[in-house]
Design a protein around this ligand. Sequence first.
Ligand SMILES: *[C@@H]1O[C@H](CO)[C@@H](O)[C@H](O)[C@H]1NC(C)=O
Ligand SMILES: *[C@@H]1O[C@H](CO)[C@@H](O)[C@H](O)[C@H]1NC(C)=O
Ligand SMILES: *[C@@H]1O[C@H](CO)[C@@H](O)[C@H](O)[C@H]1NC(C)=O
Ligand SMILES: *[C@@H]1O[C@H](CO)[C@@H](O)[C@H](O)[C@H]1NC(C)=O
Ligand SMILES: *[C@@H]1O[C@H](CO)[C@@H](O)[C@H](O)[C@H]1NC(C)=O
Ligand SMILES: *[C@@H]1O[C@H](CO)[C@@H](O)[C@H](O)[C@H]1NC(C)=O
Ligand SMILES: *[C@@H]1O[C@H](CO)[C@@H](O)[C@H](O)[C@H]1NC(C)=O
Ligand SMILES: *[C@@H]1O[C@H](CO)[C@@H](O)[C@H](O)[C@H]1NC(C)=O
Ligand SMILES: *[C@@H]1O[C@H](CO)[C@@H](O)[C@H](O)[C@H]1NC(C)=O
Ligand SMILES: *[C@@H]1O[C@H](CO)[C@@H](O)[C@H](O)[C@H]1NC(C)=O
Ligand SMILES: *[C@@H]1O[C@H](CO)[C@@H](O)[C@H](O)[C@H]1NC(C)=O
Length: 863
Amino acid sequence: MFQQISIVLLLLLWATMFHRGACGTSLQLPCNEKDQSALLVFKLGVVNHSKMLPSWSNEQDCCAWRGVYCDNSTGRVTKLDLKQQYLEGEINLSLLQIEFLNYLDLSLNGFTSLNAPFDDTHASFPNVQFLDLSFNDDLHVDNLRWLSQLSSLKYLNLSQINLQNETNWLQFMQLHPSLVDLRLASCRLTNISPSMKYANFSSLLNLDLSGNHFVSELPYWLFNLTSISNIDLSFNLLQGPIPKSLLSLRNLKFLRLNDNEINGSIPEWLGQHEQLQYLGLSENMFHGSIPSSIGNLSSLVKLSISSSLLSGNLPTSLGQLFNLKSLSIGGESLSGVLYENHFSNLSNLEELVLSAPFAFDLASHWIPPFQLTGITISNANLGPKFPEWLYSQGSLVYLEVPNSSISYINGDLFWKFVANITQLNLSKNTISADLTNITLNSELIFMDHNNFTGGLPLISANVIYLDLSRNSFYGPISPFFCHKLGMENNLDYLDIAFNLLTGGVPDCWEYWKGLSFLFMESNMLTGELPSSMDSFIDLIALDLHNNNLSGNFSLDLSNVTNLEFINIRENNFSGIVPTKMPHGMEVMLLGSNQFEGNIPPQLCNLSSLIQLDLFHNKLSGSIPQCISDIPSLGGAERTSHYPFEFNLYTKGQELNYRDYGLRRTLDLSYNNFSGEIPTQVFKLVQLQSLNLSRNHFTGKISREIGSMKNLESLDLSSNKLDGEIPGSISSLSFLSFLNLSYNDFMGQIPIGTQIQGFVASSFAGNPGLCGAPLPINCTGESVNVDVSKQNGGSNDDAFETDSLYLGMGVGFAVGFWGLLGSLFLNRTWRHAYIRFLNYVADQLHVFVAVKFNSFSATLSSWF
Ligand SMILES: *[C@@H]1O[C@H](CO)[C@@H](O)[C@H](O)[C@H]1NC(C)=O
Ligand SMILES: *[C@@H]1O[C@H](CO)[C@@H](O)[C@H](O)[C@H]1NC(C)=O
Ligand SMILES: *[C@@H]1O[C@H](CO)[C@@H](O)[C@H](O)[C@H]1NC(C)=O
Ligand SMILES: *[C@@H]1O[C@H](CO)[C@@H](O)[C@H](O)[C@H]1NC(C)=O
Ligand SMILES: *[C@@H]1O[C@H](CO)[C@@H](O)[C@H](O)[C@H]1NC(C)=O
Ligand SMILES: *[C@@H]1O[C@H](CO)[C@@H](O)[C@H](O)[C@H]1NC(C)=O
Ligand SMILES: *[C@@H]1O[C@H](CO)[C@@H](O)[C@H](O)[C@H]1NC(C)=O
Ligand SMILES: *[C@@H]1O[C@H](CO)[C@@H](O)[C@H](O)[C@H]1NC(C)=O
Ligand SMILES: *[C@@H]1O[C@H](CO)[C@@H](O)[C@H](O)[C@H]1NC(C)=O
Ligand SMILES: *[C@@H]1O[C@H](CO)[C@@H](O)[C@H](O)[C@H]1NC(C)=O
Ligand SMILES: *[C@@H]1O[C@H](CO)[C@@H](O)[C@H](O)[C@H]1NC(C)=O
């Protein structure tokens, strides 16, 4: 819809230009020399400039250079538009010396520095009206003094560049009374000067300060901008109530305050703002009920409100908002029943998002007044039957009804109905249906946590993401993988874990080369893995744990260069420990199998390994000294994009995917290892968890252990270690789990606050050991040997290795879901997400990309 409008505009524009070109005199003056030399100075700042700006050479008239526009009658440069040209290096603002330049757009590039050579002169550039340096993500600008020379600036866009060191930014904006459009989104600004009364830029129409770090009430000066039409302050930490002075902004059409900490109630008087077209209040701390006066906002096109503190029902007056296209309401304390009159006049509604425990009392023959393109109803009481009225919505692009108490679908109708829906989310319901003969066709399918049964459904080539985990699917997986429909699949993510699937792993993997994520854990799969599985060239994560797979693990995965995670725990794999793994491998979980032999030294070449689990196999020999060569297990800082955390904002909801908590772990427990523990093990200073228990290790613990400063969990129990426990162990200040029981340690337990804090059983079974927390005094000659015996000779339940992994599996899946979900939500965002991944801790990239989209959509809807 919006796109159509802008295409029409574009055509119009093009037609106009064409018309002019045809009729105007095409007599063109040559480029002015001063302009040309200023451009050439700028060019020198661009990295690899001759390659990046090939047309910028003296052989051509500078008015014909890429991005340069001249006035035809004077030959003077008036506009430079180098948006999204992949330029890097320095922006030399000597460009502004181009006398008649009024438009400068260098946005969406990779510039990293800004040089304003005229900083302290009294130069003035009164012609520049448009300046856009936005989305140069790595550009840090320490001060905006240079802005003061641009006295006629109307459009200023510095979004997504780092201004964290410019605390006076607002003062510099004050110098531009002519400003019409100011965008400083995601600039890491902190000070919004809440008590400043008056802002000089009173002709401002559009203000975007979203995604900064403002912690204060809404600033006074905002309500002084009487002409303003758009305000976006979303994604900050703004507090306090919405002040009534908002009513003085009579031209306000677009107000985004979502994702802040604004509190108080949603004011009744807000209903007087009849010209509002867009109102975003979601994800705040509003309490009380949603006032029915909102139904008076007759121009509203988009409304979003959510807060966990809101209570009461949805006012039926919302059903009067005839112009509404998008309605999004959320809050776990909202309640009540929704009737047909809640929707009676919403004939233009395209998008409905309800995330609240509402019940629905809508007649099954109800014909809604709207034709939606997307619906999300979550955490609601929509069932037990999938509502009939939804079948009237013939143009849905997404249908999401997770966790909505649906247990019954009419299969004949339902699967045909959803076949052309791009995104289908039915997860966390209790739907029982046999999918044996069903073919799924949606691009993104979430059907996990239900009671779907029968054989796995087939998929068409459209499906990209498929989650069928935690259902009751049974039978062999080969019909799914070897069906001819599968040959042309585009599947990227497949999760069929936690079902009742049986039989062997088929030899059809050459069809599935595109898979990046394959989760088949916790089924009852048997037999060997076919060698065709190493054709998974795009694989990132593979989880087969908790099945009955057996045979040698002979896959050569060394060319699967993206593979980072493999979990084959709790199977019956045998033979030697697999070593043909790619260099980027980070997590290798091979525990609870039948692997035998030594630890192959090739493992030490896996330079990215952060978790190695060989727990409960039949391995023997000693630990190779090269273990300390694994840099990421040892000393190196982690370089990859884990652990990550980011927020994904979509359809008025915020989905938060946290770090899945990968801990640097080495687990060799429950094997037949012997010999001394090499000192190299204690040089793995990044290690957070070390488990060597239940082996036959002998000798003393090296004093080096004191350098493992990050160690949180240490288990050396049930070995034959002897000597004294080194005193350096008491310097491990993060240690929260310690088990040294059932060895031959002797002497006094070192003194240190947290050491004495561990339970006595951590030291049990070492007859020669004395001192707290053991109830044995060191000074006495008669060491009480019996105390340890009281704990029993058997130590089977003394500890629980598995607890070390607790939480990891779940978190991992969630993390990847998030990563993937984001990539698929909208392909045009892909670019931004990829950049995001290279730039960990910064969640802003994501949301800016999203917001950027929705904002331009809103703007075009005003035409
Ligand atoms: C100026 O001349 C160029 C080349 O002839 C033409 O493409 C362009 O449309 C003209 N611009 C104006 C504003 O007339
Ligand atoms: C610049 O060019 C050199 C040589 O052509 C190349 O090695 C380098 O990668 C280029 N740098 C960028 C940022 O493109
Ligand atoms: C930027 O341009 C000025 C001329 O306006 C020049 O003196 C300066 O050297 C340029 N900076 C760089 C880094 O090229
Ligand atoms: C920056 O803001 C201007 C309006 O001030 C807008 O026209 C332009 O598209 C924005 N740039 C980007 C990259 O969004
Ligand atoms: C901000 O200033 C501090 C202290 O002067 C400096 O260490 C830091 O690198 C600066 N940050 C940016 C983004 O310029
Ligand atoms: C802004 O506030 C100042 C001081 O409160 C007042 O004098 C001025 O008239 C206001 N301007 C507008 C445009 O509202
Ligand atoms: C789905 O799309 C296909 C082809 O685009 C069309 O033939 C079919 O009728 C559509 N099905 C439904 C239920 O809309
Ligand atoms: C699936 O289709 C086959 C062949 O048409 C049929 O025999 C079988 O009963 C169907 N199964 C289900 C569960 O519908
Ligand atoms: C799931 O379906 C099976 C058989 O269809 C049924 O026995 C079982 O009770 C269902 N489980 C739940 C939780 O609904
Ligand atoms: C891995 O790639 C190399 C180089 O392309 C090739 O020689 C080798 O055969 C490949 N190995 C496997 C197992 O595919
Ligand atoms: C240990 O010594 C303290 C005093 O030093 C004494 O009170 C306590 O009874 C002794 N405990 C044992 C088990 O001998």
